[in-house]
Design a binder for this molecule. Structure first.
Ligand SMILES: NC(=O)c1ccc[n+]([C@@H]2O[C@H](COP(=O)([O-])OP(=O)(O)OC[C@H]3O[C@@H](n4cnc5c(N)ncnc54)[C@H](OP(=O)(O)O)[C@@H]3O)[C@@H](O)[C@H]2O)c1
Length: 333
């Protein structure tokens, strides 16, 4: 699509991710936010007023009826991603839908089919791919700097109840460590190693009140034989976020969102988390804007994320089967 006029966007949600998207897209030349769509009118009005977005509504259909809107950014609770993204595609809008793309693999496939049939862009912001540490790690792995990779060990443990992690904002919904937070490392491993992965075992613990997944242990293998281990929790009173990539020649160690060491030597120095995440969202926004203007391919397409959704589905299916197994029934539910 060759564009002569500004790209016009509707933003669905006024929370953490919506704020990151606004800040990332706003500096792009020839991009205008036309609508913000929220759950409640007052905060939607306030979000729009603070950012000079001309229209705010609680009805997605109103924004979708606006023929001037080119693309819709869905930054709402997970369960809304599928119906809102589908409605936007059916209204002939390009779509960016936050992670997790949907809450099961079949829905993700339906979105990809809808976008393909209508020749619309569908993109999923797996922002990890735009973090400096991961870009540097990928370059080192692809250059053969650490040799063949034997193990990939990912830990993300923190305390998350009803408060969003980034801005400590109270949420009206409950997150899931598996569908949402495990989607990030699953995509990251495949992207860093340039190989598919297959889930070979998984266990989940659910919050007794909400039923949401709050603890996860999962193992994967790649065709070349890398063993992948993930341990994730919303129940840790201290924060841990690290990745060890154990190669034949050296270990890469990624700590937090911004520090990378190779064989114990700093390659990328630590920085404030929001700053590096903001920079990653800006890179992603620039790539999406270029894609929508047909100057480059659309980054991280829905089709590209289907293997992530398939692995998430397998992980949940395996964990559900494990929970049915008599010896573990009492401890893993
Ligand atoms: N890619 C990444 O790295 C990344 C980072 C952060 C978040 N995310 C994803 O982004 C999504 C949002 O997360 P968040 O942290 O931004 O949560 P959040 O701060 O709670 O924002 C969610 C927003 O959606 C609004 N909302 C709820 N129901 C709605 C409806 N029916 N129509 C329109 N808006 C509605 C909420 O309004 P109320 O507050 O009034 O309910 C809130 O403004 C999640 O799926 C999350 O996984 C991804």
């Amino acid at each position: 699509m060759s564009r002569q006029r500004p790209l016009k966007l509707a933003l669905v949600g006024y929370g953490q991710a919506a704020t990151l998207f606004f800040d990332a897209f706003a500096p792009e030349p020839e991009v205008q936010f036309r609508w913000v769509v929220g759950r409640l009118q007052e905060p939607a009005d306030e979000f729009a007023r603070q950012r000079s977005i001309p229209r705010a509504t609680t009805h997605l259909a109103e924004a979708l009826d606006d023929a001037s809107v080119d693309a819709v950014i869905v930054a709402t609770p997970h369960a809304l991603h599928y119906p809102q993204a589908l409605a936007a595609l059916q209204a002939d809008k390009h779509v960016v839908v936050e992670v997790p793309m949907t809450m099961d693999a079949a829905q993700a496939r339906q979105l990809v089919q809808e976008a393909t049939a209508r020749r619309l862009a569908l993109s999923v912001p797996h922002i990890s791919r735009y973090l400096d540490v991961n870009l540097a790690a990928r370059r080192l792995i692809q250059a053969g700097a650490i040799g063949p990779v034997y193990q990939f060990v990912y830990r993300r443990l923190w305390l998350q109840r009803t408060v969003g992690h980034l801005f400590n904002r109270q949420r009206s919904w409950t997150d899931t460590v598996s569908w949402h937070h495990a989607a990030h490392p699953i995509d990251l491993v495949m992207w860093l190693l340039d190989e598919p992965i297959a889930c070979v075992g998984a266990a989940l613990r659910h919050d007794p009140q909400s039923g949401s997944e709050v603890d996860l242990s999962a193992n994967f293998v790649t065709p070349s034989g890398t063993l992948v281990t993930m341990a994730m929790s919303y129940n840790a009173h201290q924060d841990y976020l690290d990745t060890l990539i154990v190669g034949d020649r050296a270990v890469l160690e990624i700590t937090g969102f911004s520090q990378l060491k190779q064989a114990g030597v700093t390659v990328v120095a630590p920085e404030e988390a929001l700053q590096v995440q903001g920079r990653a969202y800006r890179r992603y926004a620039a790539a999406v804007a270029a894609g929508l203007r047909a100057e480059a391919p659309i980054p991280i397409s829905g089709a590209e994320i289907l293997p992530v959704m398939d692995q998430l589905q397998t992980l949940h299916d395996k964990a559900a089967r494990l929970a049915q197994t008599p010896p573990v029934q009492e401890s893993v539910r």
